[in-house]
Design a binder for this molecule. Structure first.
Ligand code: PGA
Length: 247
C-alpha cells in the first residue's frame, strides 16, 4: 500500500511570523495523522525545522542538480540534507515555466535529491491547451518517462499530478479527470518498476481545499495532496490532513 502524504507548498509566501502556523498545525492534528510535510521558502527552512519538531516534517521547494559549485542563488540537495530536510519538491510547473526547467533537468534534480538521501516530490501536469487538445495522457506519460530516473522506489519518490489549469485557480479537476490520470500514472510506474512502482504515493494538486479534500481522497489511486494556498494557514490545512486520515 502506498503511504498517505499531505504536503504543503508555501511557494514564495511566508515570514518568520508565519512559522507560528507550523505550531498551530501540529496542535490541530490528531496524534495518528498521516505523514505531513510543509515546504516553506529556503530562508525559513532552518527556523521551520526548529519550530516543527514532532509530526510536521519540513521540506524544500527545489534543489540544484549539482552538489556544490558556482551556481549563484541556488541550493544543493546536500545542503538541504545537512539541515535535516527530508523532502524536496522538484519539477513544479511554476519552476518549469519561470525557470525553463526541462524534464531532463528535473530528472537530474531528482537524482541529486536521492544522492543526498532526500525523498523527491516530483510534479507533472498538463496545461489547459494540452487538455483541450486531448493530449493529457500523452503529456503525463512523456513527463514521467523523461523525468523519473531509473531506480525509483516508494521510499525515494512521490509523484504529484498537478494540472496547471487547476493550480491557484479554484478550478479543481473533476473526480473523473483525477481518476483517469492517477490510474495512468499508477500503471506506468507498475509497468516500469513492478510491484514496488505500484506503491509509489500519488498526490493530487490543484486548488485542494478543506471543502473538496474528502471527495478527492476518495478517488482510487489518490494517496494524498500537494496543497498550495490552503497550506498557508493551519486552520485551512488541518482539515485536509484530517480528511486524508479518514480516507
Ligand atoms: P494550489 O497550489 O493548492 O494553490 O492550487 C497547488 C500547487 O501548486 O502545489
Amino acid at each position: 500500500m502506498p503511504r498517505k502524504l499531505a504536503a504543503g507548498n508555501w511557494k514564495m509566501n511566508g515570514s518568520t511570523a508565519a512559522l507560528a502556523e507550523l505550531t498551530a498545525l501540529e496542535q490541530a492534528m490528531a496524534t495518528d495523522a498521516p505523514d505531513v510535510v510543509i515546504c516553506p521558502p529556503f530562508p525559513y527552512l532552518t527556523l521551520a525545522t526548529g519550530t516543527a519538531t514532532k509530526s510536521v516534517a519540513i521540506g524544500a521547494q527545489d534543489c540544484h542538480p549539482a552538489t556544490s559549485g558556482a551556481h549563484t542563488g541556488d541550493v544543493s540537495a546536500d545542503m538541504l540534507a545537512d539541515l535535516g530536510i527530508g523532502h524536496v519538491i522538484v519539477g513544479h510547473s511554476e519552476r518549469r515555466t519561470d525557470h525553463d526547467e526541462s524534464d531532463a533537468t528535473i530528472a537530474a534534480k531528482t537524482k541529486a535529491a536521492w544522492s543526498a538521501g532526500l525523498i523527491a516530490i516530483l510534479c507533472i501536469g498538463e496545461s489547459a491547451a494540452e487538455r483541450d487538445a486531448g493530449q493529457t495522457l500523452d503529456v503525463i506519460t512523456r513527463q514521467l518517462a523523461n523525468s523519473v530516473p531509473d531506480g525509483a522506489t516508494p521510499d525515494t519518490l512521490v509523484i504529484a499530478y498537478e494540472p496547471i489549469w487547476a493550480i491557484g485557480t479554484g478550478a479543481v479537476a473533476t473526480i473523473d479527470q483525477i481518476a483517469e490520470v492517477h490510474a495512468a500514472i499508477r500503471a506506468q510506474m507498475a509497468q516500469r518498476f513492478g510491484d514496488t512502482g505500484a506503491d509509489i504515493a500519488l498526490l493530487y494538486g490543484g486548488s485542494v481545499k478543506a471543502g473538496n479534500a474528502a471527495d478527492i481522497f476518495a478517488v482510487k489511486d489518490v494517496d494524498g495532496a500537494l496543497v498550495g494556498g490552503a497550506s498557508l494557514k493551519a486552520s485551512d490545512f488541518a482539515p485536509i490532513v484530517d480528511a486524508l486520515k479518514h480516507s
